[in-house]
Design a binder for this molecule. Structure first.
Ligand code: SF4
Ligand code: SF4
Length: 137
């Protein structure tokens, strides 16, 4: 029990990824705000960071038509994706699932695409387009 408590308390900040802060309030992921003692510290510590946001706080209500019509079979998500890219928008659908959309592509993303956004955002070609031309939505 004690070990379990220690493990849960030492979970790093959810916005911390391999030395980079991916907070949704940053223009783009950056290592500048990173202070290892804070980012890798207890919840009580990283929650005091001015770049920290509760992951659920970034979820928007579903906006019918804004990103087109979602096909729940391929677009619905059971968990909130870890928004490593500032062009990723998460909405809560009326059915209870989550939807992720890309502000550059202007449409909902499939589960497979969301996985790429979470793990390979740095190499995403659409991200580079967004940085050059700005979001479409
Ligand atoms: S503690 Fe602050 S700087 Fe560190 S990863 Fe979290 S939000 Fe970013
Ligand atoms: S497709 Fe690319 S630009 Fe769009 S949200 Fe995903 S990583 Fe970001």
């Amino acid at each position: 029990m004690r070990l379990f408590k220690w493990c849960t308390e030492r979970m790093p900040c959810p916005w911390y990824r391999e030395g980079v802060c991916t907070s949704p309030i940053l223009e783009s992921p950056s290592n500048e705000p990173v202070i290892p003692a804070r980012c890798l510290g207890d919840q009580e510590i990283y929650r005091t960071c001015r770049y920290y946001r509760e992951p659920g706080d970034t979820v928007k209500p579903y906006r019918p038509g804004f990103f087109g019509k979602p096909l729940l079979l391929i677009h619905s998500l059971t968990n909130i994706p870890r928004s490593t890219c500032n062009y990723l928008v998460v909405e809560k659908h009326e059915s209870g699932c989550y939807l992720a959309a890309c502000k550059v592509l202007g449409r909902y993303l499939t589960r497979y695409e969301v996985y790429s956004c979470e793990t390979k955002w740095e190499d995403c070609p659409f991200r580079k387009v967004g940085q050059r031309t700005g979001p479409t939505k």
